[in-house]
Design a protein around this ligand. Sequence first.
Ligand code: PGA
Length: 250
Amino acid sequence: MRRKLVAGNWKMHGSRELTRTLVSGLAAEFGAAAPCDMAVCPPYPYLEEAARAAAGSPVAVGAQDVSDQDQGAYTGQVSAAMLAELGCRYAIVGHSERRTLNGESDELVAAKFRAAQGQGLVPILCVGESLEEREADETEAVVGRQLRAVLAAAGIGAFEQAVIAYEPIWAIGTGRTASPEQAQAVHAYIRGLLAAENAKIADFVKVLYGGSVKAANAADIFAMPDVDGGLVGGASLEVEGFAGICRAAG
Ligand code: PGA
């Protein structure tokens, strides 16, 4: 039985104060008896504050991105070693907003995945199709391509220390979630693709769903056999909403 993970992706929202409020609010809500694994992924400037507020609680901290490079002349980038030093456990890689707005290729995402793991961070690898791709019946082709790029670069063994997040682009921030059945179908496809290489690892890896998850719809989606929690944007910016989603994962 895979323990579920609920991770909050704050995107470019928040403040120092909101960081303290959200993280200490979550820690206080559950104490040591968390119903699932929990993580918050604030913007870079708030990571240290988040790690401080989360210390000794079941809340883990993650970054929203990571450089594929170790160090050097890469203005504006942040390395995995820096994130690890700040107390991060996770790093999101390949979020669709970075793939589309920053032009990140499958190969770059794979390199970021490896860089994160190289410093002991657990990458949360995002995959997912656009509405046009879904309507053209290309969902599996797109998700398969995104996943195979990482498999080719890192190998199946790397997925023992990784999390996958299926985030259909058309469901992100739109209020339109995938139905539990739509999510399950893609999650099963992802697990099947990994199982073709190693059944044990495929059975072990967490596959989160992301895209307009809220406390009101989380339980139905999380009830699907291959859905192991959620990557939550908007609803992670408020303690009660996020806590409700965590409870649904229990
Ligand atoms: P959303 O975002 O929950 O606001 O749809 C999810 C994400 O982009 O990770």
